[in-house]
Design a protein around this ligand. Structure first.
Ligand SMILES: [Zn+2]
Length: 249
């Protein structure tokens, strides 16, 4: 159920042990062919599917549309919160839900730049509310084996605004994809130390996007397709449903 579509009286009657899902996303550049809203579009697509499948067994909170995108700020359009701001916003949403008695929280993340602070938020809240449960899921990490099998662009092709995000957007919101601006990468070389969405890097590192890509795309969107977007959507949704069902009390 969608929290802000309920009345106050209806929220009172909800089983307080139900999983509460909070989407962590971003508003940032996604190259010349995808909109700034890409991470929110993808995350909210999964929320809508969860709502259809699980209906009254899951609680979906309103989305904070901006995340931690400092490394995208060389590109026009990107918005960012400082880590401290983002942490406070997410924690105070959870504080509010704890006032109402909820105990089971799942952060669904659709943006790479939220992963580090997401883990800090998880540990902070876990220590603050020892009787509550907190989980963090970054969508492309829950099905890397399945996603590897459907990677057409090879290692490095599935990075930011690359094959997978573009395929998903062609499936979810084709009217927002500027297909005439989809280009193969020009000067990028896959580095296994740096990794991509399905090949984990061998160490943690920091680079701004401008340092690795002139047009803001890290990956290869030219092999994206609507059909693959639908398949990715099905794979990830099914994993999310399994995870959330395992959290039902
Ligand atoms: Zn993205």
């Amino acid at each position: 159920m969608v929290w802000d579509q309920l009345t106050t009286g209806e929220t009172e009657k909800i089983n307080k042990a139900l999983p509460v899902v909070i989407l962590l996303c971003a508003t940032e550049q996604h190259g010349p062919h995808l909109p700034l809203s890409t991470d929110r579009n993808i995350g909210e697509h999964f929320l809508q599917k969860l709502n259809r499948i699980l209906e009254n067994e899951v609680v979906l909170l309103p989305t904070i549309p901006i995340g931690c995108s400092e490394h995208h700020m060389d590109f026009s359009g990107s918005l960012t919160f400082k880590h401290t701001t983002f942490k406070i916003l997410v924690e105070e949403m959870v504080d509010s839900m704890c006032v109402h008695g909820f105990t089971n929280f799942l952060f669904l993340n659709s943006h790479g730049g939220n992963q580090g602070i997401g883990q800090v938020i998880l540990e902070t809240l876990g220590n603050k509310y020892p009787k509550c449960q907190f989980s963090l899921i970054t969508w492309w990490k829950i099905a890397s084996n399945e996603l590897k099998k459907m990677n057409h662009s090879g290692p490095g092709g599935t990075g930011h605004a690359g094959e997978f995000e573009t395929s998903l957007m062609l499936h979810i919101a084709p009217e927002l994809v500027r297909e005439q601006h989809i280009k193969p990468p020009s000067n990028q070389r896959f580095d296994p130390l740096v990794g991509d969405m399905i090949n984990s890097p061998q160490f943690s590192y920091f680079q701004t996007i401008k340092e690795v890509s002139a047009n803001g795309v890290v990956g290869n969107p030219s092999l994206a397709s609507k059909e693959n977007g639908e398949k990715i959507s099905q794979i990830i949704t099914s994993k999310l449903v399994d995870i959330i069902k395992s959290q039902l009390i």
